[in-house]
Design a protein around this ligand. Structure first.
Ligand code: ADP
Ligand code: SR1
Ligand code: MG
Length: 421
């Protein structure tokens, strides 16, 4: 054991740990005879164990002091487990139906015990690759986004609570720096871990590095990401951080959380749906094209924004006379003033979301961490073709996001770009 009390667990030592931890042992009904223990971590950073016994189940997640997908050559603070645990708890309080319960947190061990999000839940990204429609997805994600973002913003919070919240997350600096680097910097310069589908996208990767307008736009987004403490955001809300069934949705993995721009979460989700859209042709089998599935993804994008807008605005109306510091009732006390500020706020949030969506798409094609949507397309040539379309659309979206005023215009542009190239 290290002097700080940390030791990495394996499947065997984990069982001893659970037995010695009453809050976890109780979740297994204190029955340890026939335990099935499996390490299932397929994310980029951590180790995740599922433990299923005859009388219960749980998940244990442990952060080691480096990035798993790269190795020990890229050290990373294991304090990330602390931020993940406190955000799971806060988001579970605000939106219990869509966030797994935390059973136990051990700061020295950088270890979280939480609810096992049981089968038939699967990772949304895998469902999208398989071509599965989720009729309630937009309803559920808009509920999660609207509640977690509204209730942690100055639209609802008083300034003392909000500043305390901001301060609580200031220490998550290494994960913020990681995002600053791999989303907003590395794709725009030559960097050690950047990769793309060679040689097909060599010219496209170079073009990204030489596009001054693109660099101008991404600088604006980076500045918002670094400087705007708008609400407690998940910070990594891609489709690999969401588990789904036909009628349930659970958001996991908020280790990148901090008080940041709301559009970073909304955009992460929408951007990853757009990536899923452009990957579909690579998954189409003979006699089974993905045309209707692509339509469904477009509908999910539109529904997500529209429902989010509606629910977020409804929360704002409900709490218009509440403690929120941003728009004090004695100043914005007439319907016209309220409408004006709401329109301006939501329009900026819309454009932020589109910008962050685009930046998140670009980094997944020419940066370090790629997505299974494309990686699962075995042959390089068709994979590169899908990626080229996605990258082309993302660049346009990043540069022209201010020209869109409605999500239906974005959806039309996605389709047009797909048909044109
Ligand atoms: P990382 O932080 O490394 O990205 P994730 O939190 O994304 O790790 O988890 C990796 C994988 O572990 C997920 O893709 C999912 O399959 C599984 N997993 C994580 N948390 C749970 C949970 N609470 N219930 C069920 N499976 C989980
Ligand atoms: C080395 S970058 C790893 C990526 O995985 C996480 O899910 C985040 O998206 C991060 O940028
Ligand atoms: Mg993850």
């Amino acid at each position: 054991m290290a002097s700080d009390g940390f030791r990495p667990l394996d499947e065997k030592s984990l069982v001893e740990y659970v037995k010695a931890t009453p809050s976890l042992a109780a979740k297994l009904g204190n029955q340890f005879d026939k335990l099935d223990v499996r390490e299932v971590g397929d994310g980029n950073l951590n180790f995740v164990y599922i433990i299923v016994g005859e009388s219960g189940s749980l998940v244990v997640k442990q952060a080691l002091p480096y990035i798993r997908s790269i190795g020990e050559s890229w050290p990373m603070s294991k304090d990330r487990a602390y931020y993940e645990a406190i955000t799971l708890q806060e988001h579970c309080r605000l939106c219990p139906q869509h966030v797994p319960e935390v059973y136990h947190f051990d700061k020295k061990m950088s270890l979280i015990g939480m609810r096992f999000v049981e089968p038939p839940h699967i990772i949304l990204r895998k469902g999208l690759i398989a071509g599965i429609e989720y009729p309630l997805l937009a309803e559920h994600i808009s509920e999660y986004l609207s509640r977690t973002l509204f209730y942690t913003s100055l639209l609802y919070m008083n300034t003392t609570d909000h500043k305390n919240g901001v301060a609580n997350y200031c220490g998550n600096v290494e994960l913020r720096r990681l995002t600053e680097q791999v989303v907003f910097s590395d794709p725009y310069r030559v960097a050690e871990f950047n990769r793309w589908t060679r040689p097909y996208l060599d010219d496209e990767a170079q073009a990204v590095r030489e596009d001054n307008i693109l660099k101008l736009e991404v600088a604006e987004l980076k500045s918002k990401f670094c400087e705007r403490a708008q609400a407690l955001i998940h910070g990594d809300l891609h489709t690999g951080s969401i588990m789904v069934t036909a009628d349930s949705m659970q958001v996991i993995d908020p280790e990148f959380s901090f008080y940041g721009p709301m559009g970073f979460d909304v955009g992460a989700f929408i951007g990853n749906l757009i990536l899923a859209y452009y990957s579909q042709d690579g998954h189409a089998a003979a006699g089974a094209d993905r045309r209707s599935y692509k339509k469904w993804i477009l509908m999910a994008i539109a529904d997500t924004w529209n429902l989010f807008f509606k629910k977020f605005a409804a929360l704002w109306d409900k709490h218009k006379d509440g403690p929120g510091e941003a728009y004090l009732p004695e100043i914005y006390n007439n319907p016209e003033a309220r409408l004006l500020v709401k329109q301006k706020y939501m329009e900026e949030l819309f454009h932020d979301s589109l910008g962050f969506a685009a930046a998140k798409m670009i980094r997944r094609i020419v940066g370090v961490a790629h997505v299974e949507d494309f990686e699962a397309i075995g042959e390089a040539a068709p994979r590169a073709e899908c990626e080229r379309r996605a990258l082309g659309f993302a660049k346009t979206l990043l540069k022209t996001r201010q020209t869109f005023h409605d999500i239906s215009q974005v959806v039309s542009a996605i389709e047009l770009h797909d048909e044109a190239v």
